[in-house]
Design a protein around this ligand. Sequence first.
Ligand SMILES: *Cc1c(COP(=O)(O)O)cnc(C)c1O
Length: 433
Amino acid sequence: MNEQILEKQYESLGISKEVYAFGKKIEDSLKERFAAIDATVEYNQMKVIRAMQKNKVSAECFNISTGYGYSDLGRDTLEQVYADCFHGEDALVRPQITCGTHALALALMSNLRPGDELLSPVGKPYDTLEEVIGIRPSKGSLAEYGVTYKQVDLLADGGFDYEGIRAALNEKTKLVTIQRSKGYQTRPTLSVTRIGELISFIKGIKPDVICMVDNCYGEFVEEKEPLEAGADMIVGSLIKNPGGGLAPIGGYIVGKKECVENAAYRLTSPGLGKEVGASLGVIQSFYQGFFQAPTVVGGALKGAIFAANIYERLGFPVIPNGTESRHDIIQAVTLNSPEGLIAFCEGIQAAAPVDSYVTPEPWDMPGYDSKVIMAAGAFVQGSSIELSADGPLKPPYAVYFQGGLTWYHAKLGILMSLQKLYEQNLVNKDLLC
Ligand SMILES: *Cc1c(COP(=O)(O)O)cnc(C)c1O
């Protein structure tokens, strides 16, 4: 196709010639990296198809079950597909798991007993887990049930504090929680290889400890998943990577049979476990979303790398940087001013297929000590595998952005964010050419 036709198309959406040309230059410089991502997508697509074929996914699997949901073929088969694809003995994949935090709380609360201790050897866990664990006192926390918690922070260079971990492991340590993604921190995201190194160190000291990985934002970014590196249990949300943008709700736990069984008895009831839990009308979207997920994650990764390179070139600090290898789909960009942060989010919003006409505004959010601005125009509310951005309105004015169901939408979102900064003179225009 004629390049000018494409440029005109972007122009009709509000992208100026200068911004388009700059984006094209950056995109052209990323051909090799994008090809490597495509290869990972291809590998993971085959993995998903193989798991679906092996388990004889059929049209019958898409039937709707209601009530108790006894003998729900679609639900049971999907759990086997997840287990095979992620190399677990068993899986729990349910719409009754309401979100990622719920899945993680379920995995922890069902596998820990009073008197046990939980260890995080990778520093502070994701914000919402603080209340689950009881780091911040909360009703129903693990602390209330007599489960204690220890934490060993990462070293200043991002490495594991092996001596600290050795000292923290004791006869009470029952479960170790390892967060793969940096989440909203500035530490590096852990590769599956590094997770494997950490687990073998821990199991070398205490072989029977359960190693759980918070896999949120990590699924399908690499060819391997943490169960292949020695983890006992991986946990995540279906409105992130593995739902492929189609699952409207849900969470999963995959791993050792006993870990999954414990979780099932806690989710439903002792004695009932996995036998109940109607899939209502959502199961087809779980299958189709999982089928699409490798491609969707590839698009989101391209978007993250594109953004890193665009903003790095314009002098803004970015984490990860433009050339680093990727282990999750989150990109942080430090915009240095409230105007910059707001303009960035306005651009993401303006590029959305849904609610593009809305202007995001900073607001006071419970649990935060400053205003927060969020941009999202998603088909599934709160879905962060769809293009979305947010950041607290305080120095250094960093935006965390992730997702994009297609690479082209992610590209438009990033170009639109730059367009807004460009129009408000918040970028050095000399660096654009
Ligand atoms: C999103 C996320 C969670 C929590 O998931 P919710 O669905 O928001 O409850 C936990 N851990 C990590 C690393 C996450 O990215």
